[in-house]
Design a protein around this ligand. Sequence first.
Ligand code: PEP
Ligand code: MG
Length: 774
Amino acid sequence: MGVLWLDDVRSDDLETVGGKAASLGELTAAGLPVPPGFVVTAGTYRTFIETAGIDDELFDAVDVDSEDSKALKAAHERAHALIMETPLPDEVAAEIVEAYRSIDDGEAFVAVRSSATAEDLPDASFAGQQETFLNVREADLIRRVKECWASLFSQRAIYYRNQKGFDHDAVDIAVVVQRMVDADKSGVMFTSHPSTGEPRIIIEAAWGLGEAVVSGAVSPDNYVVNRATQRTEDVTVADKKLMHVKDAETGETVERKVPDDRRTERVLSDEEIARLVDLGEQVETHYGQPQDVEWAVFDDEVYMLQSRPITTISDTAVSNVSDVGVGATDGDVAGEATDGAGETTRDQTAVGEVLLRGLGASPGIASGPARIVTKLDHLDQVAEGDIIVTEMTMPDMVPAMKRAAGIVTDEGGMTSHAAIVSRELGVPAVVGSSSATRQLEDGQPITIDGDKGTIREGVESKEKQRQPVEDARPKTPVKPMTATEVKVNVSIPEAAERAAATGADGVGLLRIEHMVLSLGKTPERFIADNGERAYVDEIIEGVRTVADEFYPRPVRARTLDAPSDEFRQLQGGEDVPREHNPMLGYRGIRRSLGNPRVFKLELEAFRRLYDMGYDNLEVMFPLVNDAEDVVRARKHMREAGIDPGKREWGVMIETPASALQVEAMAKAGIDFASFGTNDLTQYTLAVDRNNENVASVYDELHPAVLELIGSTIETCRDHGVETSICGQAGSKPRMVQFLVERGISSISANIDAVRDVQHEVKRVEQKLLLDSVR
Ligand code: PEP
Ligand code: MG
């Protein structure tokens, strides 16, 4: 049987009809008012691809390296064409059309909604990946059903399954065909408090179709009903500027202004609230747990469009959400995220509640609509004031990050790309939330706190939104004079001005990889396409912006250090070997020495900068292990025309090997050694710095790390080699105290931390002086 009526579907039919249809069938069976409809079963899709003999070709076509964006696009196009161009057997099409004709008068507008069968897979939120079509009629019905099938092979869906290691063959798709509810008013209802689980029903309501509420385009009215007393305890009537309605002529969903006299009118009458509360209690009783329900009112009838368990209630807390750990709100969004008109689903809590937690990576509080960005999306969709929500940021996102009010990532730790760049741009950021891209919805208004690492529902008042710390500080305090120099780290040339304004004594680390990765191509591909000169010019341009800003203060530029997984995302990345563990792989000086052609061009750029008069430039080599690395790098420097005897140059201490071998490196002629504690910590403690699962074990102040640093400083002092720190830990007061006491020559901090580090250094230096005379 190709189709099943919703009346005949139950929740345990998930395999046959998918999660969404199973839930609608269950509600229908419970006697709740669900718009009538039927399901084209998952078996129909499976029989179609198998009988037509396109199944093998389909799964072969999508068996690609999904990091290769061209291959991914081609795979999607091939799969889509296979499904759309293969005719549906007449008898199957006839069965679907016949079912459609039984809805109302046979000419109803229907919603055609994908219902994937994969919701039961662990960690398998297929949120928003499959299509929904609204206001469909007979002429388009079969095409739309097939498009739902084909959406199982969208680029995003293929990419997602590959990432999660799901077999493409393991997911089937059913399609719900259901009468549209041309809603006069609609919204969502939480049958218990969405965060604490208290017996309070919360209803949000706005005019027209539900899309406007769910997408955050409109602030809805909010009603709180105490279930024990059945009294409405709180009513907040919002100014509802917009509504979504069906265009009478085209049948399309369009956005309209709410007429002035209805903007601040209360949406729900007491009677409607009572009806919704009654339905809400029935649903919760039926499922035996609190539900997040979508509803709509049409012609004075209340309809239920979707119901899902609330996944945000903390197990232990009744009114306390602070026990939620990093990324701990891991309830999956079962079913699609946004269906459109009146038929939308989401996870949401009441305004102000903590939805998710991560690591506070860049200070400040910001509010705005969440903008979910995947690697496949065009970044121009990020508007001024949006909050970017993404798995991990990439250098090509920097322009969008500048426009954003805040950044949220699923992955990464305090030293990830997102954390470093956000701090430099002064944009509040929360990283390592685990699941923000799946838990939050595009357009959902959120507030992030880059100190506490929280992501909350709703928009904070302008006064409470807080700028990055250094903007908030008084502008005039005198810079503390310290014997230990305090420098600043810069990764993106755009941050040079902000960095220089801190009054830092120079740049302790200028990472050139952001300049290189933002070219969008691997160095090899960029050189092949544009020539060597162009590559050299790009580096000169980036370094010069910073060197100009600081002249005559020293600027320590580091040769390229990016892991292979970052290169693989660029054009030409397919030629970069896929590595099992890129953090232990082909990066830093080993890549440069193994690929001298690119390394030489970087050194040539530095040499030309010296020729141009930038004598404040210093050269630093990353991820060296021993004197052999140093000698080889020095040879290249010479060959590029840089005299190591005349210029300041040195190495990063980022591996235990380099710390243990520093004496030999000192004898090889380095002028300075700078602690890259981001890496030194990960290699000493065996903790991947970008893996949020082990973030709690990552400790830059671990005695083993401190011992390596302490002994290195001592050896360097014996050999007249300057020492510095340019890892993130240099911004932490306890590390500053340790380093100053041990006699480090300089500390390089993040832009936002420079002023505090200056004060801390001064305090420790004064204490040391006092101690020596007491
Ligand atoms: C470090 O490892 O501490 C460092 C500053 O280098 P990066 O963060 O770029 O690896
Ligand atoms: Mg490093």
